[in-house]
Design a binder for this molecule. Structure first.
Ligand code: AMP
Length: 276
């Protein structure tokens, strides 16, 4: 039905794929799309193939009624809410894409199969929606590189638009999973953003000590009783090759996941190095 609807529309289409439990981060992507395109499509689909952990999938928040109200208020043209069987008519069968190793690095190493699952669902959605532009948050930095690579290997005409991270007042990156945090945990989680900014300041002062700075930063977070660093590292912002010392590429990205009990908090920060 969606494909049929799309065929009758010749203007530009912006597409925002989500897993629901919408917050201001999602809404900022939708607003960017509405501004730039004749029509905006939003999908809400909790994609089972990108969850490496069954419990995480089962406890993923669902706020569908308020999501739909928010989408209507914003003026989104099409909301796509497919059942799992429609997206995966052949059951568990998954394509395997050559994502240049971007799928197995860093977050991919912590969550095996995650990015191949993302690629599978986006391949299906992109073919159906045929978006002029598709919108993704910098919040999931590695995902933005994976999606750009996917569009390149599939030779799709869709332009990938990356939107800035929307944060709580205290600097915590907004995420549907933050619903699982207590008020106190949410407040204290400001340590993640603060630590990333601290690394940048120290790095600019003393670029040759990057590894020591990162080690100190990990310790600062691990010393907090609520938090445990899963990973915290600096990588080439294009290739995700990890860097511990110079010479550095033009742009580094600090990537981190900090666990707060069972909740994984993702964040990142881009640094221009002036090639030190
Ligand atoms: P999700 O529903 O978590 O799959 O996210 C759907 C899209 O929203 C992805 O492109 C995310 O990167 C983006 N997104 C999630 N949180 C934020 C945020 N805090 N700021 C900007 N974009 C976000």
């Amino acid at each position: 039905m969606l494909a049929g609807y799309r065929r009758f529309h010749n203007g530009s289409v912006g597409f925002v794929p989500t897993m629901g439990a919408l917050h201001h981060g999602h809404l900022s992507l939708l607003t960017s799309s509405i501004r730039k395109n004749d029509q905006t499509y939003c999908s809400i689909f909790v994609n089972p193939s990108q969850f490496d952990n069954q419990q995480d999938l089962e406890r993923y928040p669902n706020t569908i009624e308020s999501d739909l109200n928010a989408l209507i208020d914003l003026g989104v043209d099409v909301v796509y809410l497919p059942p799992v069987e429609e997206v995966y008519p052949h059951g568990d069968h998954q394509n395997v894409y050559d994502l240049s190793g971007l799928d197995v690095a860093i977050e991919g190493a912590s969550r095996p199969g995650h990015f191949q699952g993302v690629a599978n669902v986006l391949d299906r959605f992109f073919r159906l929606v045929q978006p002029t532009r598709a919108y993704f948050g910098q919040k999931d930095y590695q995902q933005t590189l994976v999606v750009k690579r996917l569009v390149e290997i599939l030779k799709l005409p869709t332009s990938i638009e990356v939107c800035p991270i929307v944060r709580e007042e205290n600097g915590l990156a907004m995420s549907s999973r933050n619903a699982h945090l207590s008020k106190e945990e949410k407040q204290e989680a400001s340590i993640i953003r603060k630590t990333l900014l601290w690394i940048e300041r120290e790095f600019k002062r003393n670029p040759h000590h990057l590894q020591k700075i990162i080690d100190d930063a990990k310790k600062q977070i691990n010393d907090h009783p609520f938090f445990q660093v899963d990973y915290l590292l600096a990588a080439d912002a294009q290739t995700l090759v990890e860097f511990e010392q110079g010479p550095f590429p033009d742009q580094l990205v600090l990537l981190t996941v900090v666990a707060c009990g069972p909740v994984r908090l993702l964040d990142n920060h881009l640094i221009h190095t002036d090639r030190k």
